[in-house]
Write a new protein. Structure first.
Ligand SMILES: C[S@@+](CC[C@H](N)C(=O)[O-])C[C@H]1O[C@@H](n2cnc3c(N)ncnc32)[C@H](O)[C@@H]1O
Length: 343
């Protein structure tokens, strides 16, 4: 009887969940030149003196403090300039995974590494919104001059987050874009500067642990994974962040109160996923029900009446693989913060 009620409730609940719009690329033309690239042209462009990261390649890799046995993902590996350097440092006890959206680059890296006798390099042709790396498999993700090419930065960085082991690290090297200071090429080529990229990466679940200042037009930053939560386990994301991420489609908001509370008033931006439903269904059944409706490639913010029930909902949704972030703000507090009530 109780089970029949829950299943009926589940169908009701999903009537309220909207269809999710396809996310848009943050920079649709940025990878035009990497569609079927002529590899030799890019070897000349990426592996030449005068390119800052080429001239400082030894310092860039030295700063990563690689050790034999490490598994390193070189994401946006291009022609493999850094892949080869990393391969010799992690030795045959370790591995480098050269990840790129362009198959031509990945094939070239695999071929050239074989010719050089480097046996610890594997190529992965990834998607524009995912590195396609297995969960919990990487010690260090290295991203040089490639983050600004990511068209779906949150999704790509969440795939990086998932691929990293619990104490895994991320090293980012990219051009800084400073109005009034950077070259016209940088100003035109990059959509944003260091502060924006660092904030985006932090939102995806990282925190800055180190910055080295030996580059003139670029920055070198190390990140570790971060839970982004307060002592009471609520998210540290600000209301402004939440508003922005909901507006640009990076996040969804769910309300884990019960149906009668929802009927008495709810937020226009929220979908109803009652805690009783999360608790009432076996995990595999819940996963099947939620998968089609609640995307796993978005941040899921979760609110209740006053910030208590969200803490019970969080571990359940986390087990299903969601980037779930419980809000200390309850329904009335969110209304007071300017979130619109549903008509
Ligand atoms: C400017 S190149 C940098 C290559 C190399 N890291 C270097 O510094 O020599 C940028 C690379 O990022 C790759 N790329 C673009 N979007 C990507 C994505 N979403 N995931 C992985 N690689 C991507 C491009 O195909 C290109 O090879």
């Amino acid at each position: 009887m109780r089970r029949a009620f829950i299943i009926q409730l589940v169908s009701l609940v999903f009537v309220t969940i909207n269809c999710f719009a396809q996310d848009k690329s943050v920079n649709p033309d940025i990878n035009k030149s990497f569609k079927k690239p002529v590899v030799s042209t890019f070897v000349e462009r990426f592996e030449r003196e005068g390119r800052e990261v080429y001239d400082h390649r030894e310092e860039i890799i030295e700063a990563c403090q690689l050790k034999p046995g490490m598994v390193v993902a070189d994401i946006g590996a291009g022609t493999g300039l850094f892949t080869r350097m990393i391969a010799s440092r992690v030795t045959d006890r370790g591995q480098v995974i050269a990840v790129d959206i362009a198959k031509e680059f990945v094939d070239h890296i695999e071929q050239s590494c074989k010719e050089e006798g480097l046996k610890n390099v594997k190529g992965v042709v990834c998607g524009p919104d995912s590195t396609k790396l297995p969960d919990n498999s990487v010690d260090l993700a290295f991203i040089c001059d490639a983050y600004h090419h990511f068209e779906f930065p949150y999704k790509t960085m969440r795939s990086v987050y998932r691929s990293l082991k619990p104490d895994g690290q991320l090293v980012l090297v990219d051009f800084d874009r400073v109005e009034g200071k950077s070259s016209d090429w940088i100003l035109n080529h990059l959509r944003a500067g260091k502060a924006t990229f660092v904030a985006e990466i932090e939102i995806a679940g990282f925190e800055v642990t180190e910055e080295r200042e030996f580059l003139e037009t670029s920055y070198w930053i190390r990140f570790t994974k971060s839970d982004r939560k307060t002592g009471s386990n609520h998210t540290t994301d600000s209301v402004d962040d939440i508003r922005r991420l909901l507006a640009d489609g990076t996040a969804k908001l769910i309300d884990v109160r019960e149906e009668d509370e929802w009927a008495a008033g709810h937020l226009a931006a929220a979908d109803l996923v009652p805690l009783s439903m999360l608790r009432g269904l076996p995990l595999d059944e819940l996963n099947t029900k939620l998968t089609d409706e609640l995307p796993k490639d978005k941040i899921i913010y979760c609110h209740c009446r006053s910030g208590g029930r969200v803490l019970a909902a969080t571990p359940i949704l986390k087990q299903l693989g969601y980037d779930i972030r419980p809000l200390a703000f309850g329904y009335s507090a969110l209304v007071a913060e300017g979130f619109k009530k549903a008509e």
